[in-house]
Ligand binder design. Structure first.
Ligand SMILES: [Zn+2]
Length: 282
């Protein structure tokens, strides 16, 4: 009898967990609903912001980043444009960007200072939007729950009491903000690139800027380590090859096409100029 019950609840979890993502068309095993993942993002946001020195106090830069992010978020699929999207600039020298479920996207001041043009920023934000619409944190949590034990899974999936969130949030955020769940696997990174290319192109940016990112960020480490962005978003050769292949294939029409631009002047005027002096790239 008892065994039957266990089998039944595992089956129930399995059935509840399998969904086709309307953005990617990929079938995914997700234990948290969109609402639960969104609540987790809300819960984790404060902790993330605190770990990265708070929000940047520059109305110019924050509203600019917000504008670039929203120009793509509104072009996402299905119900995703209705998420409570937020684009936050963290007041930190660390070079990083990441996203929490529910449309909370973060980019650090240190990362902004490294970029040369608005299309690169759109590439970073579009990639992060891709992690959101790809439900990648939810996917990681669902795997972690399966591995670490169903007990946490059933209570989070069923009731999401405060005490359960208190146990899950630290797993998501982790030490120094680079928790297990905020660093993704290769397939998720590639998918976020594909999604990002789609969103930035739809918003009128030159998608070739995506391939400039590993280059402009490469030298941003402290000498002994690469910048945090490259460890939370691993950049193996295969990823660069995938983006190159897409640029030469489905996105070839955007190249040498004046409809798709990089906007270096606007980036300098609306972002770089307003960053505090030490943060500017040499
Ligand atoms: Zn990524």
């Amino acid at each position: 009898m008892r065994d039957m019950k266990i089998v039944a609840s595992v089956l129930l979890l399995g059935l509840a967990g399998c969904t086709v993502n309307p953005s990617t068309g990929r079938s995914q095993f997700l234990l948290l609903s969109v609402e639960q993942a969104q609540a987790l993002g809300e819960e984790s946001k404060l902790e993330v912001v605190q770990q990265y020195g708070g929000e940047l106090e520059s109305a110019e830069v924050t509203s600019y980043v917000e504008r670039v992010g929203r120009s793509m978020a509104r072009l996402t699929e299905a119900d995703y444009p209705d998420l409570p999207w937020e684009f936050t600039v963290l007041d930190s020298d660390v070079v990083n960007a990441f996203a929490l479920p529910g449309g909370k996207v973060f980019a650090s001041r240190g990362l902004l200072a490294r970029l040369d043009n608005e299309a690169q920023l759109a590439g970073v934000l579009g990639h992060e939007i891709g992690h959101v619409t790809g439900q990648h944190v939810n996917e990681r949590i669902s795997q972690a729950i399966l591995i670490s034990g169903i007990v946490l899974g059933t209570s989070v999936a069923a009731g999401s009491s405060d005490s359960e969130w208190a146990r899950v949030v630290p797993i998501v955020v982790g030490a120094a903000g680079t928790g297990y769940l905020l660093s993704f696997n290769r397939d998720q990174e590639t998918e976020a690139d594909e999604q990002g290319l789609k969103y930035m192109t739809a918003a009128g940016y030159d998608p070739a800027a995506m391939i400039e990112l590993p280059e402009v960020l490469k030298g941003a480490g402290d000498g002994s380590r690469p910048p945090e962005f490259l460890s939370t978003h691993p950049y193996p050769e295969t990823r660069i090859e995938t983006v190159s292949r897409l640029l030469a294939g489905p996105y070839a029409y955007t190249q040498d096409n004046p409809a798709f631009r990089k906007f270096p002047d606007r980036y300098r005027r609306d972002a770089l100029q307003h960053l505090p002096e030490p943060a500017r790239a040499p």
